[in-house]
Design a protein around this ligand. Sequence first.
Ligand code: SF4
Length: 367
Amino acid sequence: PSVRAEAPVLAPRRPTRKIRVGGLEVGGDAPVTVQSMTTTKTHDIGATLQQIAELTAAGCDIVRVACPTDKDAAALPVIARQSRIPVIADIHFNPKYVFAAIEAGCGAVRVNPGNIRKFDDRVAEICKAASDHGVSLRIGVNGGSLDPRLLKKYGKATPEALVESATWEAGLFEENDFHDFKISVKHHDVVTMVQAYRLLSQAGRWPLHLGVTEAGPAFQGTIKSCAAFGTLLAEGIGDTIRVSLSAPPVEEVKVGTKLLEFMGLRQRQLEIVSCPSCGRAQVDVWSLAEQVEEGLKGVTAPLRVAVMGCVVNGPGEAREADLGCASGNGKGQIFVRGKVVETVREEQVVETLLRYAQDMAEDMTRE
Ligand code: SF4
């Protein structure tokens, strides 16, 4: 047996307390969820609901909206009612919006204690309002807005400083017998962030929201998020994730859902297995893979489709794919579960493969 077969699979999920975010559960044995945040002005209700619908269609489970002004707070009841997924209001500076969001029917409210002056004085009131309305909270600690007291103590936003901030705030809620909250300790540096979550997961059973803050443009942010979340999820840490990208939020959801699929934490959907090409390739694999990906857009069945550059190694390399193609000498072999079922001219490869894929996807959906 290979080393891989003998190696342990992902660590079991760390037991965390289960909370509700609207109609969804987060923590405990609930599936890891994907979150994103709208970029529209929240008071532009039409645009915000439109973006939420796009995120929902892309696989987003929970959406967060910013609430910096009275106008935004006034829009929350309609948005919370009309969104098909739970809405979390993101409150930074003003505690009055925490109460507005709770009363608006939001599934949860995110608070950043480091940013809310006199926050601690109002914790009892917030706990009561949240309990009365069945609303959960997220304590969102952020490397960039750490409590000045802790910055002074640690010199910078170290993992220990982030965790001390989080556990201090968690303690304030728990003193009021309020336990329906999750915690995030975000940092832009992957290693600091990973260590902070490890320490936090050892300190208590709170459900954890994973995030690398200010992760950057799509390419860099995707890599940072996948490195950090992949490490933590493999250790069983993390109950909900948000990939932050300087890019349209649908891209965040695509990365987050695929990451969970590839880690076996979410039902797998379409997967294109394509070879990188090499000196043996007798066809433009990159363009072929792009055409296949484009042609199968919208297919949600858990189909694994292989696109290989040569007939010598192609089918063998893609043995675990449901179907695929391998090209050479102006021809293409179409294979289904490792067996060649048809050989066609090279220019017919894509359409033939897509026909098989669509049929198999329909069968899978019917099953
Ligand atoms: Fe090279 Fe063929 Fe493997 Fe593609 S399938 S990487 S062309 S050997």
